[in-house]
Design a protein around this ligand. Structure first.
Ligand code: GLY
Ligand code: MN
Ligand code: MN
Length: 417
């Protein structure tokens, strides 16, 4: 069974008997007058179809004797092609999705009428329909999913409406071999992008030049999308977690924090590393770096299936607290909150902060980040070290160990610029 067939098979297993599911890719949102934001596919639709083209829909019918899967994509339009480029042919859509029954989008309404017609006995009586109710999806010009579902309710008042988000979330939380391979590829490319960026990382360069170097490397090596907006923050700027402006000139005495990642086939890498611009760690910056590194390694060592992300966070706080007390950076345990003010982990996948239940005990197949940090604005020092890990055989496997984090390895890397 193909990867996509397998995902749909597991999804259908979770659907109640005599039900259907209708998912939309979404369409681009208007930015101004005739300009659109870049299209971002609904990831639950993408997860089940592999299709990243706007104005597409997936209909799965779990009838009394058979399961039917239909994909709807835009029909060929000479005019649309002249304005916005070519679309997938029906055959291409079939190849990508592994779905046999491909229709043009404007046949969706008539198919819906047939499927939910109480007198139709092709599928038996379908009495519920799943929709992806959690995010706000725009499914057509002037049409949000909310409006669509209201219209559907009016047309089929006896059909129950169920949110499919929890079903797909549970599937997406456990990564397949293919998904892990995509994340590893994204991480490896991210590592190459970091190396390229470090070559330019010298006194006098602007943070935005470094961020753009990373972004450009991704474009020039496979037209890679970013997992999120690249963060490059030097000196005190690194104490702002999602530092947006990136307008500062880098100084030789600074540490510089990179938090960045490319995507591979939709899957994100999410990596943070912190480097000494001069090439060598020294003084308080070195002590803070070692404290964060000890914490990063300790959390990875400690992590086991059955724990929750809150357990990892508590462990991170314990380690950072004892490191900071040892270094006399704090004198009371509770002061750690002033210098460590975010969570240590989140799930990672198609979304960088992937859909999940954070409170659910960790399981084999989960991929999460481990990203402790310490931020001392008074010393102009912010350090975060973020790895991506997979749970396998009950323990953490580090997927990002191709990107150096040990002091000696980083200093060697900086020395070879
Ligand atoms: N780059 C965002 C995060 O690390 O969660
Ligand atoms: Mn990150
Ligand atoms: Mn992260």
């Amino acid at each position: 069974m193909s990867e996509l067939d397998n995902r749909r098979f597991k999804f259908v297993e979770k659907m109640q008997p005599n039900s259907a599911a209708l998912l939309f890719s979404g369409v681009s949102k208007i930015a101004t007058e005739d300009e659109y934001y870049p299209f971002q596919v609904n990831n639950n639709f993408f997860y089940l179809t592999g299709i990243e083209q706007e104005h597409s829909a997936l209909l799965i019918v779990k009838g009394f004797s058979e399961v039917k899967t239909y994909l709807f994509v835009d029909e060929y339009s000479e005019l649309k092609e002249k304005w916005t480029g070519r679309r997938l042919t029906l055959d291409e859509a079939k190849q990508i999705s592994d779905i046999e029954n491909i229709y043009v989008y404007n046949q969706l309404d008539s198919m819906i009428s047939v499927v939910f017609d109480a007198n139709n006995n092709q599928y038996g009586k379908i009495d519920a329909c799943y929709f992806d109710l959690s995010p706000e999806i725009k499914v057509g010009e002037e049409l949000s999913l909310k409006n669509y579902v209201e219209k559907f309710r009016g047309q089929f008042p006896n059909i129950g409406i169920i949110d499919l988000y929890p079903l797909v979330r549970d599937l997406r939380m456990i990564k397949s071999r293919y998904e892990v391979d995509c994340i590893v590829k994204a991480i490896e490319e991210t590592g190459r992008g970091i190396n390229e960026t470090l070559r330019k990382c010298k006194e006098g360069v602007f943070e935005y030049e470094l961020a753009e170097t990373f972004n450009h490397y991704g474009i020039m090596h496979g037209k890679r999308k970013l997992a999120f907006s690249t963060i490059v923050a030097s000196g005190k700027n690194a104490t702002c977690l999602h530092y947006p402006s990136q307008n500062a000139k880098v100084k030789d005495k600074d540490l510089i924090l990179f938090d960045l990642g490319y995507k591979e086939a939709g899957y994100s890498a999410d990596i943070s590393r912190t480097y000494p611009v001069s090439g060598a760690f020294a003084g308080i910056a070195k002590s803070v770096y070692e404290a964060v590194l000890n914490c990063n390694k300790s959390v990875i060592e400690f992590a086991r299936t059955g724990m929750t992300i809150a357990d990892l966070q508590n462990h991170a706080i314990e380690v950072l607290t004892s490191e900071c007390i040892r270094l006399k950076l704090i004198s009371k345990d509770e002061d750690i909150k002033k210098y460590y003010y975010h969570n240590v982990s989140h799930h990672l996948g198609l979304d960088t902060h992937d859909i999940s239940i954070r409170e659910r005990p960790l399981e084999n197949g989960n991929v999460i980040t481990v990203e402790p940090g310490l931020y001392f604005a008074n010393f102009n020092v912010g350090v975060r070290i973020e790895d991506d890990i997979l749970f396998k055989d009950g323990k953490a496997v580090v997927l990002s160990n191709t990107i150096p984090k040990e002091i000696a390895d980083i200093e060697r890397l900086m020395g070879s610029r």
